[in-house]
Design a protein around this ligand. Structure first.
Ligand code: SIN
Length: 506
């Protein structure tokens, strides 16, 4: 990424741009691209300093297409969501999926998706997909998409990519969003925009074990919620069933099971048929709970990859196994936080409830995932909604209004301050708002998190350090999850309530 560019103008009070995008994963890049294609000057702000600071770079399995059968993909998405996905949102996704993939990924970025010997795409399958319809580059698809995408937007004459820059607050006036205050100056730097697109990704850093990068602190969701935007479905935190069970977890893609790997318990037995008719390819929430139950009852669960050409076909995952000293075909696995199905409520163009504020990607709640997301739909949703939001965000004049005044007058906090509070937050989330939830424990989490947020707010009033704002954002999002979980007494999808009024599906 280049350090400077001229695509934004400077005013006495700050900068002005047509479209401001916050976040550099697939959704942010797609929004920037489509806004620039519409003739806008775009500033893409990212706190990332390298591609793997975005979850997109970590995505393994692939990106789903419809392969010419949108109805079949729609039906799998709705089934995986336990019947809770919004059918209109799913229609938007499936109607735009193949064109978006072909236009941006195949024609523009020329992503070299795996092909079979006859030169056709080698589509794979993952859990709860009834068809082979997922494009992939072995099982390291995200980085093969994101790296060329970042290079492309960075080289675009109408897009400035500014890295290592965090948005701290939204600038709002009378229900309209006018940009953000960034951390480029110690008391904040206003950036005004005709429209602002949040594409800040997920919330993995709120949990002790996650498949997300450390920077996934829910920044966009927190900023939007604090500005009064509607958020929805925050209780639906998805846990991936097969992350490496040891320290420093990493994802073992569902594509491995899609191609024949199987789960075995501590007695060496396969068990998924006892939990769901789709066995090892049951929806993710069902498999995650079954893995946890079998771990408790039999000591461990492993993913047996012996039916695959593991080293040859999945070199990136095989390398991670070797790095952890795993030589055998049986890899110990445990569920791990993976994806937030809820987020900032948006419509089919990524419009939030606040004027001129858009959201796309994991920070947005489009309705596509309902209570449980189908594999390999997150890159697709980020791409489709990013493109639609970027296109719609063009055409508004920036209106510099008074920006929130941030104060940075007290001494820096000790380095460990944010890290220690983060640990407390993660322990609370792991213990009370994980895979299984108990109403009393959810209430306890709410009290702990409210106290934590109160402490953090007191410091944020007089300091602008990025780590403090990340902690503030994480505590806001954690409270939103606790509140949504306490209000939903049904076990549904990823939200599993012990002794719930409505029993879970398996
Ligand atoms: C995986 O590769 O298992 C993850 C894919 C996804 O989360 O969509």
């Amino acid at each position: 990424m280049t350090e400077t560019d001229t695509s934004t103008a400077t005013t006495t009070d700050g900068e002005v741009t047509d479209v401001l995008v916050v976040g550099s994963g697939i959704a942010g890049c797609a929004a920037a691209l489509s806004a620039a294609r519409e003739g806008a000057e775009v500033l893409l702000l990212t706190k990332a300093t390298k591609p793997d600071d975005a979850s997109t770079d970590w995505a393994q399995g692939g990106i789903s297409t419809t392969r010419g059968d949108p109805d079949s993909l729609k039906s799998d998405i709705i089934d995986a969501s336990d019947g809770t996905a919004d059918p209109d949102a799913v229609d938007t996704l499936v109607a735009n999926a193949d064109d978006a993939v072909e236009d941006v990924l195949v024609d523009t970025l020329e992503v070299a998706f795996d092909e079979s010997e006859d030169g056709e795409f080698d589509y794979t399958r993952e859990a709860a997909h009834s068809e082979y319809r997922i494009l992939h580059v072995d099982a390291a698809t995200g980085s093969h998409i994101l790296r060329p995408f970042l290079n492309y937007v960075d080289a675009h004459e109408h897009i400035e990519v500014r890295q290592d820059t965090a948005a701290l607050e939204l600038i709002t006036a009378e229900g309209r969003v006018h940009g953000v205050v960034s951390d480029e100056q110690s008391e904040g730097h206003p950036i005004y925009a005709g429209a602002t697109v949040l594409a800040t990704g997920g919330i993995g850093a709120l949990y002790g074990r996650s498949t997300n990068p450390d920077g996934a602190t829910g920044d966009g969701i927190a900023m939007a919620a604090l500005a009064g935007a509607e958020v929805e479905d925050m209780e639906y935190v998805q846990f991936h069933p097969t992350a490496y069970a040891g320290d420093d977890p990493f994802l073992l893609s569902e594509a491995l099971r899609g191609e024949g790997a199987v789960l075995r318990n501590g007695d060496g037995e396969r068990f998924m048929e006892d939990y769901h008719p789709q066995g090892d390819l049951a929806p993710r929430d069902v498999v995650a709970r079954a893995v946890e139950t079998e771990r408790e009852e039999t000591g461990e669960v492993v993913l047996d990859v012996s039916p695959l050409e593991f080293e040859a076909e999945y070199p990136a995952i095989a390398e991670k196994c070797r790095d952890r000293g795993i030589e055998a075909d049986e890899i110990p696995v445990a569920p791990c936080e993976h994806f937030l199905c809820g987020g900032i409520a948006v419509d089919d163009r990524g419009r939030t409830s606040l004027d001129r504020l858009y959201a796309a990607g994991e920070c947005a709640r489009t309705g596509v995932h309902g209570a449980n997301r189908l594999a390999s739909t997150s890159l697709l949703e980020g791409l489709v909604w990013g493109l639609r939001a970027g296109e719609d965000a063009v055409g508004f004049d920036p209106e510099p209004v008074e920006a929130p005044e941030l104060r940075n007058r007290d001494p820096d906090l000790p380095d460990r301050f944010a890290a220690e509070k983060f640990t407390r937050l993660q322990q609370t989330m792991d213990e009370y708002l994980g895979l299984e939830r108990d109403p009393e424990e959810i209430a306890r989490a709410g009290s702990v998190l409210r106290r934590l947020k109160g402490e953090v707010d007191a410091y944020v009033r007089t300091r602008t350090t990025r780590s403090l704002y990340e902690l503030r954002n994480a505590s806001v999002v954690a409270l939103l999850i606790a509140r949504a979980a306490s209000e939903n007494t049904e076990s549904i999808g990823c939200h599993y309530v012990v002794d719930a009024e409505r029993p879970p599906r398996a």
